[in-house]
Design a protein around this ligand. Structure first.
Ligand code: SF4
Ligand code: SF4
Ligand code: FES
Length: 525
């Protein structure tokens, strides 16, 4: 464990760490382009040059290992001169089109120019080497060759992480340019990560570009709900509209990355199909209803049916799309109504998966269902068969796209069951059969937790408000339970999670606050 000094501050670091990593520990910024913690060291941009005592020349911090007693300056006159020189070189042929560049606001050229350079260009605009602009190189990625600083992060990502090697440098000197290999397209399932690793506006997202200036967006910590891996993400929103998902570092789950399907899955969380108000069936048809009244009516009817027909007269189907908190409250509901409770975890039969991040299970909480003892085996089919054969008095569907998943077996059940309560975020064919439909928010519209395929319980927070009358699922279920009597309403998802942890053995020892930013393995305490 060598000790070194950076800008007069001492720090002890593990053997083998670089000056860059040591500086990060101290919170000292060393500007850099080519270094990325998830990629090999290239050492090509020279932006991280620092002054090391006893070294005759400046050294790159990203590839210089710390030795005992090393004394480093990141602010010496020599370092500052080098930083200016490197920036001037990188900007020689840069188009400086910040006003029309979608990276503006999160561009390392802009930031470092203001922090370390601020000199006028000695190159007249017409003298700059022109290269291709706005060249689509894959379904998700747009390339602007003029803006590229040739750091090779994107090239290394495709070589080292996806092993697909679509990108490379072509030509020499001033004319060196990044491009896709001849005949190739950047269309691997993780292609969007090159947008995140590009420190400048050379690679931008075809999905996001020009839709919002980044300084107007607000960022929230969340977890991708598009498969069982549970990649950690940031949700960027403005005025309750989601504009993009980006990966959030979690070394135990997704390191620095996410897949393209997950990245684009936010589109499915908003838009036309959302259920934004309650409906109930009256003599006049399926009509909009006030949410509190619809909750009261549903609770009253379920309570009456349970009292009249006894245990097992009501079935509850909970899907693996539901967070842990909702599953916990559904279990309470089942107890209160003496209902049969079954789980359903449906994925398309030929769902893409690989041995990196993407799982065939396209549900975020199948493990959560299992850990709460809600079976996903034949229980759902048994319930549907009993409903279709007239042995159930009522069915409660929670986040189930049942007709899409079970086809005619579902339709037969839904047509026959006398009373159907649907809690969902979207209006689906299933909703058309409902006696009462209650609108609930997506995971982006609620606090909560998912348990990923490996048993890691991960927290997400509400990034946007649910549409219309919709409420977070835990809140609506708590209201339903309160309307049934004997339950006091809970006021937060955190409280529900803590109650789950107190009562359900696999979650024992966990707490909402204790989950932290990276989540905790269930059963590990
Ligand atoms: S496109 Fe971006 S990430 Fe790729 S080499 Fe150029 S600057 Fe680096
Ligand atoms: S691998 Fe799964 S959890 Fe990760 S981003 Fe893709 S869909 Fe989302
Ligand atoms: S970050 Fe060190 S040389 Fe590029």
């Amino acid at each position: 464990m060598p000790t070194l000094e950076i800008d007069g501050r001492k720090v002890e670091v593990p053997d083998g760490q670089t000056v860059m990593q040591a500086a990060e520990r101290l919170g000292i910024e060393i500007p850099h382009y080519c270094w990325h913690p998830g990629l090999s060291i290239a050492g090509n941009c020279r932006m991280c040059l620092v002054d090391i005592e006893k070294s005759p020349k400046l050294q790159i911090a990203c590839n210089t290992r710390v030795t005992e007693g090393m004394v480093v300056s990141t602010t010496s006159e020599k370092t500052r001169t080098a930083q200016k020189a490197v920036l001037e070189l990188l900007l020689v042929n840069h188009p400086i089109d910040c006003p029309v560049c979608d990276q503006a606001g999160e561009c390392k050229l802009q930031e470092y120019y203001m922090d370390y350079d601020r000199q006028r260009s000695r190159i007249a605009l017409p003298d700059k080497v022109r290269k291709k602009k706005a060249k689509p190189i894959g379904p998700l990625v747009m390339l602007d060759q003029e803006r590229c600083v040739l750091c090779s992060r994107c090239v290394r990502f495709c070589d080292e992480v996806t092993h697909t090697s679509e990108l490379g440098f072509y030509s020499r000197g001033n004319h060196t340019e990044l491009d896709v290999a001849p005949g190739k397209s950047l269309d691997n399932p993780y292609s969007g990560n090159v947008i995140d690793v590009c420190p400048v506006g050379a690679l931008t997202s075809r999905d996001f570009r020009f839709r919002a200036r980044v300084w107007y967006l607000e960022r929230f910590d969340s977890v991708c709900g598009a498969c069982a891996n549970g990649c950690n993400i940031h949700i960027y929103q403005r005025e309750d509209r989601i504009y993009r998902f980006q990966p959030r570092e979690n070394q135990a789950v997704n390191q620095y990355w996410m897949c393209d399907a997950g990245r684009l899955s936010y589109h499915g969380l908003q838009g036309e199909g959302r259920l934004g108000q309650a409906f109930w069936r009256t003599d006049a048809g399926f009509e909009p209803a006030a949410l509190p009244a619809a909750v009261r009516v549903a609770a009253g009817k379920l309570s009456d049916l349970a009292a009249a027909h006894g245990a097992g007269a009501i079935g509850i189907l909970a899907s693996a799309q539901a967070p842990n908190e909702e599953l916990h409250l559904l279990r309470r509901l089942a107890t209160r109504l003496e209902a049969r409770l079954a789980g359903i975890s449906w994925s398309p039969p030929d769902a893409y998966h690989d041995d990196f991040l993407i799982k065939a299970d396209k549900n975020p909480n199948t493990k959560g269902l299992e850990l709460q003892g809600i079976t996903t085996g034949g229980g759902a089919d048994d319930l549907l068969r009993d409903a279709a054969e007239g042995r159930l008095q009522a069915l409660v569907l929670h986040r189930c796209d049942l007709t899409a998943w079970k086809g005619d077996a579902a339709r037969a059940a839904l047509e026959t069951v006398p009373y159907l309560v649907v809690l969902d975020s979207d209006r689906r064919e299933t909703t058309q059969f409902a006696s009462v439909a209650l609108p609930i928010g997506t995971y982006a519209e609620s606090d909560g937790t998912f348990t990923n395929h490996a048993g890691r319980v991960q927290r997400f927070v509400r990034a946007v408000a649910p549409p219309g009358d919709a409420r977070p699922g835990w809140q609506l279920l708590a209201q339903l339970l309160a309307a049934l009597g004997g339950e006091t309403a809970v006021e937060s998802a955190a409280r529900v999670f803590d109650a789950l942890a107190a009562e359900c053995p696999p979650f024992k020892g966990l707490s909402w606050d204790g989950l932290g930013d990276d989540g905790v393995l269930a059963g590990a305490r």
